[in-house]
Ligand binder design. Structure first.
Ligand code: SAM
Length: 294
């Protein structure tokens, strides 16, 4: 039995039971931590199906919250590494789910603004396929995905719920207004598909924005770690002034207009294009030609 103020977590419970257990323990969702729980069981099951989770899969879930998505991952036979910043939710979910096939890390998934927590990195497989399936905390979604994509053995797929406008930016095609440095950074590593939108009514409490489910699939020909490290400053320079031409931005990056002209010629790119008109491929090709910041 739980004592006063502690959670009595019902196993295999419906959302209404989970919510009343949380509320009777005085839990109030934190906006700062993006605590909007997905309460629609059909949608939770659909996400696990979209993620193509099979028995024995290693799945990282960042922000399991009250454990409702985790329960579906376990039902599909996954082994789950669960990383939750909120101790109260982690202890609630632990009780609700049991320990079997769940490994817990109770801390911020990030160490600083851009790096993953060392405990998380140490617990991830260093070889073989594994998956990320998460309803990500909105404020930390971008740095988490960017850092996971830079791992030596990144997730083979990521099926993630994000705030809709961010999801659309990540999945944007070159030539669209929303295509930016973060789209290029992630798309160099993953093919990104926008699967569906989810309205606020599917969450408790209701968020003020729509959400979208993305599926990221690792590219077989993904760039090396050194290429990715070199791509970051190039993309930063290109997209720091998106209304300028790529010739202008390349001249800044390469230190000379003549080098920018030569690069455009070698890449077969019209120098008058804007950064958002060009996908990540020519920039990787440029780095492979040995272009460097002076
Ligand atoms: N997976 C649950 C669901 O679908 O209902 C909860 C998702 S909720 C959008 C985000 C969760 O991430 C919350 O449980 C929150 O406490 C947790 N969280 C927020 N920031 C985090 C961080 N930096 N590292 C780990 N967990 C975090």
């Amino acid at each position: 039995m739980s004592g006063p103020g502690e959670f009595e977590a019902p196993r295999r419970a419906r959302w209404s039971e989970i919510k009343s257990a949380l509320e009777s323990a005085g839990f109030e969702p934190s906006r700062a931590l993006g605590q909007n729980f997905l309460v629609d069981e059909n949608m939770l099951r659909a996400i696990v199906r979209d993620a193509r989770v099979a028995p024995g899969d290693f799945v990282l879930e960042i922000g399991p919250g009250a454990g409702v998505l985790t329960a579906q991952l376990l039902a599909a036979g996954a082994r789950v590494l669960a990383v939750e910043i909120d101790e109260r939710l982690a202890s609630f979910s632990r009780e609700f789910l049991g320990e079997e096939r769940v490994q817990w890390i109770v801390r911020d998934a990030l160490a600083g603004k851009h790096a993953l927590a060392p405990e998380l990195i140490a617990a991830l497989p260093t070889e073989g396929d594994w998956k990320l399936v998460s309803n990500l905390p909105y404020s930390a979604g971008t740095p988490i995905l960017a850092a996971l994509a830079r791992l030596p053995n990144p997730p083979r797929s990521a099926t993630v719920l994000l705030q809709k406008d961010l999801a659309l930016r990540l999945a944007a095609e070159p030539g669209s207004k929303t295509y930016g440095a973060i789209s290029a950074r992630l798309q160099a590593v993953y093919a990104i598909e926008h699967l569906r939108d989810l309205g606020p009514q599917l969450f408790w409490p209701r968020p003020q924005v729509d959400s979208s489910l993305l599926r990221l699939e690792l590219r077989p020909e993904r760039p090396s770690a050194a290429e990715l490290a070199a791509l970051d400053p190039l993309l930063d320079t290109l997209f720091s002034q998106r209304r300028k031409t790529i010739r202008n931005r390349l001249a800044e990056y390469l230190g000379e207009g003549a080098l920018a002209d030569r690069a455009c010629e070698q890449l077969g790119l019209d120098p008058r294009l804007r950064p958002e008109d060009v996908g990540h491929e020519p920039w990787l090709a440029l780095l492979r030609l040995g272009a460097k910041k002076p």
